[in-house]
Design a protein around this ligand. Structure first.
Ligand SMILES: O=C(O)CCC(=O)C(=O)O
Ligand SMILES: [Fe+2]
Length: 305
């Protein structure tokens, strides 16, 4: 468990950095507390998202994904790549939040009517304590700042120049929100909520369901349950960082299992490099990601030098 606030405060950073290095080297993920977002704000995010998924199908279809190549935004479940592909037991919404000028509002739910407001308006003092320290027009600036702290900590631990990964990521950060809703399933042992994968991001922030556990990480060929820690965000290294570090920092394989009686909702925030930048040494990373995902393969296999 890492106190994010301590990472950026000079008197406590050293001790927290040691914990961060250990977590990233051993698991590639950690639980972050003291991230500044208050419990009530996290609850609000969960609540409006769940309200959307509980709407009738016709209502949700209003922001359905348009089935055109390279569009992942909107309401949908798995994109079908092949006939015998096994589908996940999930409903999801993907939305691009950064760069701001690339937001496609036709995919943003209008119902519940405070959905966009919750995810796009500047946070208030009741919602986020970090406003005391800095002006933050959106929470995404905060995620970006945290991502930078974590990536710098990684390069420091490799004795590399602090900004070298960040420079590779470029100026125009990309950020996606993904809302994962897992309805109860009568046969939870036969199907997964989300099949084993690693994220295609530099860093991912995951807000877990408050009550229902389901996230599992793979280590030593075994699946480990990721515990629910009140108000913590799960943060993990993604493929882009794995590729930048030539595989030294592993992007952890994880999956979501489902429940026979209870629904489960999570919100993932994927931070990605500028899409114009080539994540070396991989070419066309975004194209190979989904192709590899559905074959159960890892993009690092195509990219190692
Ligand atoms: O819902 C979960 O627990 C995992 C979500 C996840 O891994 C993802 O959205 O990439
Ligand atoms: Fe994931």
């Amino acid at each position: 468990m890492i106190h994010l606030h301590r990472l950026s405060s000079p008197s406590t950073a050293q001790q927290e950095l040691a914990k961060l290095h250990h977590a990233l080297n051993s698991w590639g993920c950690f639980q972050a507390i003291n991230h500044g977002m208050k419990s009530s704000f996290l609850d609000k995010m969960r609540q409006v998202s769940k309200q959307f998924f509980q709407l009738p199908k016709e209502e949700k279809q209003k922001c359905a994904r348009e089935r055109e190549p390279n569009n992942i935004e909107g309401y949908d479940n798995d994109i079908i790549y092949s006939e015998n592909q096994r589908l996940d037991w999930t409903d999801r919404v993907y939305l691009k939040v950064l760069p701001e000028d690339q937001r496609k509002f036709k995919f943003w739910p209008q119902n519940p009517n405070d959905f966009s407001y919750t995810f796009l308006s500047p946070p208030t003092l009741n919602e986020c304590s970090f406003l005391h320290e800095e002006y933050c027009p959106t929470v995404y600036r905060k995620y970006k700042a945290e991502t930078e702290v974590i990536i710098k900590a990684m390069t420091n631990s490799l004795n590399l120049e602090e900004d070298c990964f960040l420079n590779e990521c470029g100026e125009r950060d990309v950020m996606f929100l993904r809302f994962n809703y897992y309805p109860p399933c009568p046969m939870p042992d036969h199907v997964l909520g989300l099949k084993p994968h690693a994220d295609g991001s530099t860093i991912t922030f995951l807000l877990q369901d408050k009550l229902v556990q389901g996230l599992q990480g793979l280590k030593y060929d075994q699946w480990f349950k990721v515990p629910i820690i009140l108000d913590a965000l799960v943060i993990n290294v993604g493929d882009q960082t794995e590729i930048l570090s030539n595989g030294i920092f592993r992007s952890p394989i994880h999956r979501a299992v489902i429940n026979s009686e209870k629904e489960r909702l999570t919100v993932a925030i994927f931070c990605l490099a500028d899409s114009e930048k080539e994540i070396k040494p991989v070419k066309n990373y975004s194209e190979i990601y989904f192709q590899y995902y559905h074959q159960g393969k890892r993009p690092i296999e195509a990219s190692k030098i």
